[in-house]
Design a protein around this ligand. Structure first.
Ligand SMILES: *[C@@H]1O[C@H](CO)[C@@H](O)[C@H](O)[C@H]1NC(C)=O
Ligand SMILES: *[C@@H]1O[C@H](CO)[C@@H](O)[C@H](O)[C@H]1NC(C)=O
Ligand SMILES: *[C@@H]1O[C@H](CO)[C@@H](O)[C@H](O)[C@H]1NC(C)=O
Length: 370
């Protein structure tokens, strides 16, 4: 009875945007995010690259205003400065934590990946040192980064011009020994993440003509995180074929521990989630139209924080969505052997979790019941 009422309540939403996808319900869920930071924001409109630490505290770039691209901030549970780089033209665009004391951030303007040394202070984590982890003047940016469990970095990057050609995007890797290499040159690359077992790399590629995007693809590679190399390139998703949204740029992407890929659509006011076969499993409507990235965090790694320019204001907003499966980055930061699917986690949106369990079947439902 309870389940029936919940379904009835959600049904009108279920048959709207997921209908764009040429697969029948119930294989796709329409979800709605909740505004987390909006009018009280301390972030500028270039907020990007959300990252989590072990505790699920959340960080992003562009703390301050439009002129402070050199500043990283914490946005959850409190808004505060995390790190301001002394190089004035530094333009941070993404951040990832390797452990409690080490994080990496990418600098678009100076074509480098910085390693940050982090200390815990009573009022929150603070950067106490920074050094260049890897750099190459021929990197197009980097735009975003992902990190393997043992700290191999992969970066995306682009040259944004009115007309994109096959040389306006790249993929690079940096090993812990400092070795940096270009892996591919292609159309504009942006979203980038590894599968939870570190064996696959997802990279987005976009093309623009006359200033308007017209190609939006996600490629899947076999990754070797020991050598920092990729191979076996194949198409994972082509939004033109999927739903005709090839004019909406793909931005940041993150995987969860079940191997699902969550993708922000800049200009599309949404996040789209795919399972590891490339089937759409959810579409999330946001409170702002231009999401730039997302990450899973919070105490159980099951809150998705989406960042982007606020709707109608030159400031940075964040939205949240509660889900059942923790994020890959958050999970990698937990002490080894600890369960990422612990008992007794409070669910403040039980109805949504029941739906997730119903739609995605036994595995996720078991996770809820564990
Ligand atoms: C932006 O923030 C910086 C650092 O707090 C400040 O010096 C600067 O005046 C601010 N700029 C604007 C346009 O508000
Ligand atoms: C691609 O664009 C670059 C400028 O970024 C230009 O130098 C190059 O000639 C272009 N290549 C092709 C094949 O059009
Ligand atoms: C990565 O490459 C090294 C060197 O070629 C190889 O020994 C290793 O088996 C590879 N790992 C994977 C997961 O393919």
């Amino acid at each position: 009875m309870r389940t029936f009422m919940i379904l009835a309540l959600f049904w009108p939403a279920l048959v709207s945007s997921c209908d764009l996808v040429p697969v029948g319900p119930p294989s796709c869920l329409d979800l709605t995010s909740t505004s987390h930071i909006s009018t009280d924001t301390q972030f500028g409109q270039y907020i990007e690259g959300s990252g989590t630490n072990r505790k699920g505290e959340m960080f992003a770039v562009n703390y301050g205003n439009d002129s402070t691209l050199f500043a990283l901030g914490q946005f959850h549970p409190q808004q505060r400065l995390f790190y301001a780089d002394p190089v004035p033209n530094t333009h941070f665009n993404g951040i990832r934590f390797l452990n409690d004391n080490t994080a990496y951030t990418v600098d678009v303007a100076n074509h480098r990946v910085l390693q940050l040394t982090v200390n815990e202070y009573p009022d929150g984590p603070t950067v106490v040192g920074s050094s260049v982890f890897c750099a190459d003047p021929t990197m197009l940016q980097p735009n975003d980064l992902t990190l393997s469990k043992l700290g191999t970095v992969f970066t995306s990057g682009m040259r944004w011009l009115q007309d994109t050609n096959d040389t306006h995007g790249d993929i690079w890797s940096c090993l812990q020994n400092g070795e940096v290499k270009r892996l591919e040159v292609m159309g504009r690359t942006n979203g980038i993440d590894l599968s939870p077992d570190d064996t696959k790399l997802y990279v987005s590629e976009s093309y623009t003509r006359g200033g308007t995007p017209y190609v939006q693809k996600i490629w899947l590679y076999d990754a070797n995180v020991t050598t920092g190399t990729i191979s076996g390139k194949r198409l994972f998703v082509d939004f033109e074929v999927l739903d005709g949204t090839q004019n909406v740029d793909i931005d940041g992407m993150k995987t969860d521990v079940a191997g699902n890929l969550w993708v922000t659509r800049h200009g599309g006011r949404e996040v789209v989630a795919f399972d590891s076969t490339g089937a759409v499993i959810a579409r999330v409507r946001l409170t702002f139209p231009n999401p730039t990235n997302l990450e899973f965090g919070g105490p159980s790694g099951r809150t998705i924080y989406v960042v982007g320019k606020c709707d109608g204001a030159n400031t940075g907003c964040t939205d949240t969505l509660e889900v059942v499966t923790p994020g890959r980055s958050w999970s990698n930061l937990q002490p080894s052997g600890s369960s990422t699917l612990s008992k007794g986690v409070a669910y403040d949106r039980l109805s949504r979790d029941i739906l997730w369990g119903m739609v995605f079947g036994k595995t996720l439902l078991n996770n809820v019941n564990n």
